[in-house]
Design a binder for this molecule. Structure first.
Ligand code: ATP
Ligand code: ZN
Length: 755
């Protein structure tokens, strides 16, 4: 059997080093191919062969002191979601997720057999470590409180009966240290001897041995406080995301045979019709079948201006219905709805490691044993070689151990990235992981798709030229070809046919010719509707004959997109379309240019129209491109050493999106192809490209500040300790202090999410 991917929710994983321990331990199991752990998401994905079942993996994680449960449904329906967008699906090499369909079902059944209960998508997100506020209810919180109470008690007892003080503090220390030492031992057995916990254990025991029991107990307590703080920070980032899923109402009013029944929203199947009353949240993704209202889509898109909804419009689970009742036909099961997909994507994003994070992890692997060695050498070398006093140097050696604790360093990157991703998601700026974030911060050039990205993507039919037959005829034939098409131009043709009350008979064998047009047959006539260039190619023209060329040039000069209708190889008509530039395009592109970005517009449209739009927006136009030309232009830029972002709708331009360093899908509404791109702009504003770049850069700056804080504080105290200026106490505070500072600094990014 080939490898399968199983996702787990992992409880009790509050600290950053936990992820590394789980990672190391699992990789030593036979049959494990890849492990991706997200502390911030409290999830992990494991790729494994049949030798390692989900239960064995969960047991291993359990032996390290955490609780892993399979997220069954999520793994299974991910396959389904991905298959809905086959056309644009791509793999960047960093995403190791497996989308094989049958494998998921296979694994899914497996999981259920052994666990005996069903997991269902979004509901799962209520599990996990207490996110915010209720930290004291977690096991880590209780342990920290107990260690603190023991410390306070030891202090009080020592004041009252000084004789017992030498015993009271070591006993108080044990309250917190025993669980830490156990984790250190379990991690050692599973292949990670040099963990923060082992460092702590050695330092605390050493401190007691040289008679510094009070310091030892304090160190242990503050270590627990630091870990707890990390957990609270991670929980904050997580709550921002998981909270989205919680917005979907638990129940829905289903209408069947004229009767209303209340059913769990989880059980809604596509096709069911639900009634949503004014002020209520919409329970499922669907299409409005009756009623007109305004819906606040902020939970999904981050855009709080209400959007008008009428029959035929799409609505999203979790959004808020405004003033009037709506009847909605459900289009997606709960686990497949947009909000569940967004939550899942952000969680998966947090499992992928950013390059900086990988670097720090590798660094920490050498760093921790290095610190142990340095502490040991400081303790023994001066007394042995230079006759220094033992007690004094052992004391300094212990201080070195405490200063050297890599907590702050290890969380510097993941804390910032989790905050950055979370802040973005809440404003409709989705980035699929740290890799994407880091690349975005380095982007030098942005290629934009024209239709639907720089323009509104709602072309209107503005002109019709019939050649040798009636206008009505031309429109009927064109509408026949477009009946099955989802191209924006198709909608314009069909709208005009409807406006003239013309009957639409779908053409036979209708098929889109990528970047060129549509072809098909009606009443035995071969039809083609497409770009003038494609028409010329088909007919072998060097230049169109005057009866075509004259009206064509006039229409194009007026800024229209023109398509030519061919019937049995003879030009039958010209159809002109006009699309408006998005109102926010000009200021958005200006902002990007001020940032020093190279900007280019890629379009399949004709040169004259492209140049007209390029002039108004101040962007270099590249016109008459086929999808593969767009890809080549992106490739060329990259070969010149540029870092290229491609912005498009993710459906027509998937190859170029995949070829870019970062593919950004932009959706007007939420029909954006989330799964096909590296990043997505859910609000459908071009200005959000700049906002996303800005967020990426701020996050990278935050990471660099964190690394500087962590290493800088350590360097300073290392010098002052060895020089004998400071002792154990400042070292203890420096360690916890660095963790607190780094965590607090990373959480500043979360505030950007409230814009
Ligand atoms: N369904 C269609 N109906 C009519 N014309 C079409 C159709 N599909 C393509 N064309 C013709 O081919 C040209 C290029 O199409 P393509 O789909 O590549 O462009 P687009 O996606 O509309 O624009 P852009 O490249 O700016 O995103 C269009 O300008 C149009 O003339
Ligand atoms: Zn530490």
């Amino acid at each position: 059997m080939t490898a399968v991917q199983t996702r787990f929710r992992v409880e009790g994983m509050d600290c950053a080093s936990c992820a590394a321990k789980i990672d190391t331990a699992l990789r030593r199991l036979p049959g494990i191919e890849d492990v991706a752990v997200s502390v911030a998401g409290a999830t992990m994905s494991v790729r494994h062969g049949s030798e390692a079942g989900p239960e064995a993996i969960a047991r291993k994680v359990g032996s390290l002191g955490y609780r892993a449960t399979v997220i069954g449904a999520a793994a299974a329906d991910r396959g389904g979601v991905a298959h809905g967008h086959d056309a644009g699906h791509h793999d960047h090499g960093d995403h190791t997720h497996d989308h094989g369909d049958h494998e998921h079902h296979d694994h899914d059944g497996h999981a259920h057999d052994h666990h005996g209960h069903e997991h269902a998508g979004p509901e799962l997100h209520s599990h996990g470590v207490p996110a915010d506020g209720r930290w004291w209810a977690s096991s880590k919180g209780r342990l920290t409180l107990a260690a603190g109470a023991a410390l306070a008690l030891a202090w009080a007892v020592g004041k009252l009966v000084p004789a017992v003080a030498p015993w009271a503090f070591p006993i108080a220390m044990l309250v917190g240290l025993v669980p830490i030492a156990r984790r250190a031992a379990m991690a050692s057995v599973n292949g990670s001897p040099f963990t923060i916990e082992s460092l702590m254990t050695v330092a605390a025991v050493g401190a007691v041995v040289i008679g510094a029991g009070e310091e030892a107990a304090t160190v242990v307590f503050l270590f627990l406080v630091g870990e707890l703080l990390e957990g609270v920070a991670a929980g904050k980032a997580r709550a921002g995301i998981a909270g989205l899923a919680a917005l979907v109402p638990r129940t829905a009013l289903v209408e069947a045979d004229g009767v209303l029944r209340e059913v769990p929203a989880q059980d809604l199947a596509p096709g069911a019709v639900v009634l949503v009353r004014p002020g209520e949240r919409i329970p499922a993704d669907g299409e409005v079948t009756a009623g007109e209202s305004a819906v606040d889509e902020a939970p999904v898109t981050g855009e709080s201006t209400p959007v008008g909804k009428a029959p035929g419009d799409r609505v999203f689970a979790g959004t808020v219905n405004g003033t009037a009742a709506l009847r909605i036909a459900v289009t997606a099961a709960a686990a497949d709805n947009t909000i569940a997909r967004v939550v899942r994507l952000v969680e998966e994003a947090q499992e992928t490691k950013a390059p900086t994070e990988r670097f720090i992890d590798r660094f920490a692997r050498f760093y921790t044993p290095g610190v142990l060695a340095a502490g040991f050498l400081v303790a023994v070398l001066p007394p042995l070689l230079a006759g220094g006093d033992w007690a004094g140097w052992i004391y300094k050696g212990l201080a070195v151990l405490l200063i050297g604790c890599p907590c702050a360093l290890v969380i510097s990157t993941p804390a910032a990235i989790a905050s950055g991703l979370s802040a973005g998601a809440r404003r409709g700026l989705l980035m699929k992981g740290g890799v994407v974030l880091e690349t975005l911060a380095r982007v030098t050039d942005i290629a934009f798709d024209k239709t639907g990205t720089l323009t509104a993507g709602r072309p209107r039919l503005t002109g019709l030229v019939a050649l040798g037959r009636s206008e009505t005829d031309v429109l009927v034939l064109a509408a026949a070809l477009e009946a099955g098409s989802s191209h924006p131009l198709a909608e314009a043709v069909l709208a005009e046919a409807a406006a003239r009350s013309l009957p639409v008979r779908p053409a036979a064998e209708a098929a889109a010719v990528g970047g060129k047009g549509v072809a098909g047959r009606l009443d035995g006539v071969d039809l083609f509707l497409g770009s003038p260039r494609a028409a010329a190619e088909r007919l072998g023209w060097l230049a169109p004959p005057p009866d075509v060329a004259v009206p064509l040039e006039r229409l194009e000069a007026e800024g229209n997109t023109v398509s030519v209708l061919l019937a049995d190889g003879v030009p039958a008509g010209l159809i002109a379309f006009a699309d408006k530039a998005r109102p926010d395009a000009l200021p958005a592109l200006q902002a990007l240019r001020r940032r020093g970005m190279g900007l280019v517009m890629l379009t399949g449209d004709n040169r004259r129209t492209a140049e007209a739009i390029g002039r108004t927006l101040g962007i270099e136009p590249r016109a008459e491109l086929l999808p593969e030309d767009k890809l080549r232009i992106v490739d060329d830029l990259r070969r010149q050493g540029r870092v290229v972002a491609k912005v498009g709708d993710g459906i027509n331009d998937a190859p170029a999106l995949a070829a870019a360093d970062v593919g950004i899908a932009m959706g007007g509404g939420t029909d954006v192809a989330l799964e096909t791109a590296d990043a997505a702009l859910l609000r459908g504003r071009i200005g959000d490209v700049d906002a996303m770049l800005d967020l990426a850069r701020r996050t990278m700056a935050n990471i660099h500040q964190n690394i500087a804080i962590a290493l800088g504080l350590k360097a300073v105290f290392l010098v002052t300790t060895v020089a004998g200026i400071t002792g154990l106490w400042p070292a203890i505070l420096a360690d916890t202090g660095a963790t607190v500072l780094v965590t607090a600094n990373a959480m500043r990014l979360l505030r950007l999410g409230r814009a």
